[in-house]
Design a protein around this ligand. Structure first.
Ligand code: ZN
Length: 121
């Protein structure tokens, strides 16, 4: 797999626009197509700190025993690589729903800071 983030974004765009439920990247089967369309629409950047993804990694899905993999995007903060995560704008603790309109991208550090609070960025 190319490690150029611009190439990966282009590749994802092609895959998301097609109707495949899973995709094969670098020999690994990757699922959760919907997740990647959210990343595409949000420009692969943290809504809070504004940092953009600088690379992607193929990682094993630990919650899933079916052998699927995830494409995980990382932003760079100082000398750290920080995972880009999907956050519930209205937290689940405040009865926020699992709906696309309630999702935003936050890096793991901003997400941890936000916690279960409702903060509009
Ligand atoms: Zn952030």
């Amino acid at each position: 797999m190319t490690n150029k983030i611009t190439d990966i974004k282009k590749l994802l765009k092609t895959i998301v626009l097609s109707n495949q439920k899973t995709m094969i990247i670098d020999g690994h089967r990757i699922k959760n197509k919907e997740k990647y369309s959210l990343f595409l629409r949000n420009g692969f950047k943290c809504k809070c700190c504004g940092n953009k993804a600088v690379f992607a990694a193929i990682e094993k899905d630990e919650n899933c025993k079916n052998g699927f993999f995830h494409l995980v995007f990382y932003v760079r903060k100082g000398n750290r690589d920080v995972k880009l995560t999907i956050d519930h704008i209205i937290p689940k603790a405040l009865k926020g729903e699992n709906r696309e309109e309630n999702y935003q991208l936050l890096c793991e550090e901003c997400n941890r800071h936000k916690g279960d609070k409702l903060i509009i960025f």
